[in-house]
Write a protein that binds this ligand. Structure first.
Ligand code: ZN
Ligand code: ZN
Length: 364
């Protein structure tokens, strides 16, 4: 087993006392990948103090053995075999933790019923692996850095398409294609291209709308590299920006820069959020910043915690977050500016570098 996976297992095993369980059953795909390296779509982990088992099926035997080298790979000999039951039985497990955030009531009830005769007690755990995932190691940061670099390059490329009559969906497809050609496995999430009145909705769906002079255009997208995501937003103007558009844009930018300055180890998530919120409400737009400031980023785009008004998370070196304030006004449009930030020992490092001065694109 490589050192990184050995370290992750050691950190997980240190958590088996709280709540006290003999083993943890990990069923969430990204958590399985994080702990074992296994990337298949069907697999779960059973991890105790002195064993680590990957349960999968025969489609994945070779891949599991190659990717999850430190795990004992168990597959059923025939489709009716209950390999989990065999493990619970032969290892005499009585208290097993499960991931309560991801297991359905139906699945839990089926376990309770099927393994009742073994006397297994199922213990709900909450976000144990997600918490380990918050602090990234060097290889994880390198992957995120690469995903950020691809997003930056895509912003340079997509400026060619910023002109009246361009269709939102065409821009989204171009971003997707370009990022994959640059080495991304895929886009990290459904790309948002929101222009004109659509930009006034923080979670707009990309549509067939054509850009028009005077539009704000929000581009929100990211790349996935080695399983790790980037997530960037830039807002541009088609034609000349109005006075109000300038004021909105510069307020969002100021809020974003001030919030980034506040990021360092020991600071709470809610305090970073309030720095940006204060700038926006001082400018009179307080009612128009309708979402939280940012979210943690890694194997998934929304890793669980973030910068929100009630966020109690205390920042530590190695955590990665987005900072993405926005102002959305019906009838005018919206602005959002988003970068990816690594918390460092001294403060923080911005990982995305696409330019942030207000860009106006005249018809060519
Ligand atoms: Zn985003
Ligand atoms: Zn985001």
């Amino acid at each position: 087993m490589s050192l990184r996976f050995a370290q992750r297992l050691a950190r997980l095993r240190a958590r088996l006392d709280d709540p006290a369980v003999e083993a943890l059953l990990i069923t969430t795909r990204l958590n399985v990948r994080y702990l074992s390296g296994f990337t298949g779509s069907a697999g779960s982990l059973l991890i105790g103090r002195d064993f680590a088992v990957l349960l999968t099926d025969r489609r994945y035997t070779l891949r599991a053995q190659r990717e999850a080298s430190g795990f004992e790979v168990v597959v059923p000999d025939n489709p009716d075999d209950d390999i989990l039951k065999t493990q619970l039985e032969t290892r005499h497990l009585r208290r097993v933790g499960f991931e309560a955030n991801h297991v359905t009531v139906k699945t839990l009830e089926s376990w309770q019923e099927k393994y009742q005769e073994l006397g297994v007690e199922w213990v709900a755990t909450d976000g144990v692996v997600e918490e380990l995932r918050q602090v990234k190691d060097g290889e994880e940061i390198a992957a995120i850095r690469e995903a950020c670099g691809i997003a930056d390059a895509a912003f340079r490329h997509i400026q060619l398409f910023m002109q009246p009559e361009t269709v939102e969906l065409d821009v989204a497809m171009e971003l997707d294609f370009y990022m994959r050609r640059q080495g991304a496995r895929r886009a990290a999430f459904d790309i948002i291209v929101a222009s004109g009145e659509n930009s006034a909705m923080p979670h707009a769906e990309t549509s067939e709308r054509r850009f028009r002079p005077g539009d704000f255009v929000i581009l929100d997208y990211g790349a996935e590299v080695d399983g790790y995501c980037s997530d960037i937003t830039r807002t541009v103007v088609i034609g000349k920006a109005s006075e109000e558009q300038r004021r909105m844009y510069h307020t969002v930018l100021e809020a974003q820069l001030r919030a980034i300055e506040a990021i360092k180890p020991g600071v709470k998530g809610c305090d970073v959020d309030s720095v940006a919120r204060q700038v926006i409400s001082d400018a009179g737009y307080g009612d128009h910043f309708t979402h939280s400031l940012g979210h943690s980023l890694g194997l998934s785009v929304h890793d669980g915690i973030g910068f929100a008004q009630k966020s109690e998370v205390v920042l530590e070196p190695g955590m990665v977050f987005t900072v993405e304030p926005g102002i959305y006004i019906e009838g005018v449009g919206g602005v959002r500016i988003e970068d990816d930030i690594l918390v460092t020992e001294e403060g923080c490092e911005v990982l995305t570098h696409a330019p942030k001065e207000l860009m106006e694109f005249e018809a060519r």
